[in-house]
Design a protein around this ligand. Structure first.
Ligand code: AMP
Length: 291
């Protein structure tokens, strides 16, 4: 039995346009999955979702320098090209676009895309300029690939909210699909940055999901006070080992403004630094949901 065909791999904008134009001529619905590579099951779930609803799937692999803040892990970010291409092939990808930085950014470029307000709290507060890097590169990828649908993960909840808003505000004719967070069997959210964790830190990192799930259970049991819930969640994370909590908040799932009472669906979001690794996770909690 043969598996899915190997994807076509290109590294220029012109080659993407050529390949996608051919697919479109054949009436194909185009799906795009933007990634920074180091692909894991979380990424593959997005590609599978695209595969189900689209006829032609484009995966982009680009470690986008403009979304890293000075002092972050741009240099050390895992780059696993051969394994990524094999992973893309295994789930049925038609085209991989893996450009160089020079191909993506003209050194004379003077244009960025900025979404206001919802980029300010949470990760925006701790990673100044990060979301401008994300919205600019995703705009460029949208214009290069011109997909009918683009797939993102709930794992990066604020990113998903920001990209949905950008797509609406700028009238991109693209359906934004947000797929559930894929977790390891023990609950740790899959992330390329988990590779930075020692076995001990890997155990410690479970406290993020434990803390979020504690909030979910408490809310299902009737608790509503955000401050009290957050104090307990903070304690869960702090008692697991040395770390620095960038933020731990309960916010409105679209405005991302803090809630004092969990009387509607709320986003519980956390970012924690464990040594070199900055980990994020989140859960949507519903006061009328199951315990
Ligand atoms: P990245 O390569 O980290 O930029 O992520 C590329 C896309 O994969 C983003 O839309 C992420 O939200 C998504 N993603 C990353 N990790 C996961 C995960 N564990 N589950 C679902 N989606 C994920």
């Amino acid at each position: 039995m043969t598996g899915p065909a190997k994807p076509v791999v290109v590294d220029t904008v012109q080659a993407v346009r050529f390949q996608v134009a051919q697919a479109r001529c054949l009436g194909r619905r185009i799906g795009c999955v933007p990634t920074m590579g180091a692909l894991h099951e979380g990424h593959l779930s997005l590609i599978r979702a695209a595969r189900q609803r689209c006829d032609y799937v484009v995966v982009t692999i680009f470690v986008n320098p403009t979304q890293f803040v000075a002092g972050e892990d741009l240099e050390n970010y895992p780059r696993t090209r051969d394994a990524d291409l094999a992973a893309c092939a295994s789930v049925g990808t038609d085209l991989v676009f893996a450009p160089s930085t020079a191909e993506m950014y003209d050194p004379d470029s003077l244009t960025t895309v900025r979404v206001h307000r919802i980029t300010e709290p949470l990760c925006g507060r701790h990673r100044p300029g990060h979301f401008e890097g994300v919205t600019t590169v995703v705009t460029k990828l949208f214009n290069i690939v011109q997909p009918d649908a683009a797939y993102f993960g709930q794992k990066d909840a604020q990113q998903a909210v920001v990209l949905r808003k950008m797509t609406r505000d700028l009238n991109f004719p693209i359906e934004i699909v947000v797929c559930p967070t894929v977790r390891e069997p023990d609950g740790l959210a899959m992330s390329s940055r988990n590779a930075y964790l020692s076995p001990e830190q890997r155990r410690q990192a479970l406290s993020l999901h434990r803390a979020l799930d504690g909030v979910r259970r408490a809310v299902a049991e009737g608790r509503r006070d955000a401050a009290g819930l957050l104090a307990e969640a903070r304690q869960t994370i702090k008692s697991a080992g040395p770390c620095s909590i960038d933020y731990l908040e309960i916010v409105h799932p679209e405005t991302l403004q803090p809630l004092t009472e969990v009387d509607q669906t709320a986003l519980v979001a956390v970012a924690v630094r464990i040594d070199q690794a900055r980990l994020i996770d989140n859960l949507l909690v519903d006061p009328s949901g199951p315990a």
